[in-house]
Design a binder for this molecule. Structure first.
Ligand SMILES: [Ca+2]
Ligand SMILES: [Ca+2]
Ligand SMILES: [Ca+2]
Ligand SMILES: [Ca+2]
Length: 420
């Protein structure tokens, strides 16, 4: 498959390579180093890479030396897509930031065939709610235990976390995280109702709601420096799948409100006035700010099980540029080859970003959504057709890399320094 080639734009690569340490033993990791990067068209990408494992520490072990086949396939996809700024969903978090570093040093920084090594001197990860035991019976099955009773579904704290890799500096002092923002503090929240009782919105008890975080993983505002005085806010998250629940639709309603969080955040002013970050600072994104929303939103605008209108909160948001939808020939071909429910979908199969067995079939769930001031130069989904040699990287179940595909957008960022 053809991905438009863009020439390297980070100057001083050798100097950058000498500086590889991340601060250890703090909950979050962000490398900030001066760099002579200059930017015209920037490539932003999101990739649910399935770099999650069944037990705590397993990802670090897999990444601690080169040669893990799945991590190699994921890294080669990233190298071929060559984003400047990348969100990875489903990347197990560890408190030392080891997986973040090891995936870079042992996989991204190592060439795969004719796919060139990639250097991401700036990286960020932080704790997530997945796998963190709540101490409550959140799925109301009579016992407190297991992934369903964690604050986000997961078998250990950090499973299905997130990672940001950037070729451009991250303004780490200005990062905001919203891991702990309480769902009940969102005005008009769709708090789920147990339909078997007369009381409204009572699936979760008052004691549970007093602690219940909105975010199933976390929501991060990661400002990327695109020139001396200009930043783009990379707004990343991974809302829960709307499935694996019952008539109360506790996951569908949470998915809807996790997506709504960014809609309110970018709206600013009154709409986002309720927002409080993990450092206790209130308020939404400042008006006029540039942003790119990225992530597996677990919601398709037409098909699947998400709550009505969930992703339209972003796709029809006046501040979001949705003038161009990333597509691939591989997705169109997969829908045809797999048939079944895919043929009954309302959405254009070329826009699908995930290869799901049915239900629900293949869906558009992964998004890169720039703000209105940012022109979209080009976009695509890394989903090669079956006869393309690169189909070995995406494949079919069991997938060599992930059931999701990398989605990229080339963005003309105003105020970014030209010179690429
Ligand atoms: Ca339970
Ligand atoms: Ca009820
Ligand atoms: Ca549901
Ligand atoms: Ca579809």
């Amino acid at each position: 498959m053809k991905i438009p080639h863009r020439r390297a734009r980070v100057a001083g690569l050798a100097a950058v390579l000498l500086m590889t340490s991340v601060t250890a033993a703090t909950p979050a990791f962000a490398d900030s180093r001066p760099a002579a990067a200059s930017v015209a068209g920037m490539r932003f990408a999101t990739f649910n890479a399935s770099l999650n494992r069944g037990t705590e520490g397993a990802l670090v072990r897999d990444l601690s030396e080169p040669g893990n086949a799945q991590a190699d396939a994921v890294a080669e996809i990233i190298q071929r897509a060559a984003p400047d700024v990348l969100l990875i969903n489903e990347f197990d978090y560890d408190a030392e930031g080891e997986a973040l570093r090891l995936f870079h040093d042992n996989y991204l920084a190592v060439p795969h065939g004719d796919a060139e090594a990639a250097d991401y001197p700036y990286r960020y990860t932080a704790p997530v709610n997945t796998g963190v035991p709540s101490g409550f019976d959140l799925n109301n099955n009579g016992v407190v235990s297991g992934g369903d009773d964690a604050w986000g579904f997961g078998l250990f704290p950090g499973q299905y976390g997130m990672a940001v890799y950037s070729k451009l500096p991250i303004d780490e002092d200005a990062i905001r995280t919203f891991q702990n923002f309480r769902w009940a503090d969102m005005p008009g929240a769709l708090l789920p109702d147990d339909p078997s009782t007369p009381e409204p919105a009572d699936w979760y008890s008052p004691e549970e709601l007093a602690e219940f975080p909105l975010s199933s993983k976390s929501h991060w505002d990661v400002p990327i420096r695109v020139s001396k005085n200009k930043t783009v806010h990379f707004l990343v998250s991974h809302p829960t799948p709307p499935t694996f629940d019952g008539a109360e639709d506790r996951n569908g309603t949470r998915n809807h409100d996790e997506i709504r969080f960014w809609a309110d955040y970018i709206a600013g002013g009154k709409a986002g006035g309720y927002i409080v970050d993990d450092a206790g600072r209130t308020g939404a994104l400042k008006g006029g700010s540039l942003f790119v929303i990225a992530g597996d939103q677990n919601a398709d605008p037409n098909d699947g099980d998400s709550t009505a209108g969930a992703i339209d909160q972003l796709l029809q948001h006046p501040k979001v540029n949705t003038g161009s939808v990333p597509t691939s020939d591989g997705a169109a071909e997969a829908a045809e080859l797999q048939g079944g429910v895919n043929l009954a979908h309302l959405g254009d199969p070329a826009e699908d970003t995930a290869d799901f067995s049915e239900p629900p079939g293949n869906l558009r769930v992964d998004y890169v959504l720039p703000s209105r001031q940012i022109r979209i130069i080009d976009s695509g989904v890394f989903w090669p057709t079956a006869t393309d040699p690169l189909a070995r990287l995406t494949g079919s179940y069991p997938f060599p890399s992930s059931d999701h595909r990398l989605v990229w957008v080339d963005a003309d960022v105003p105020g970014a320094k030209p010179g690429r």
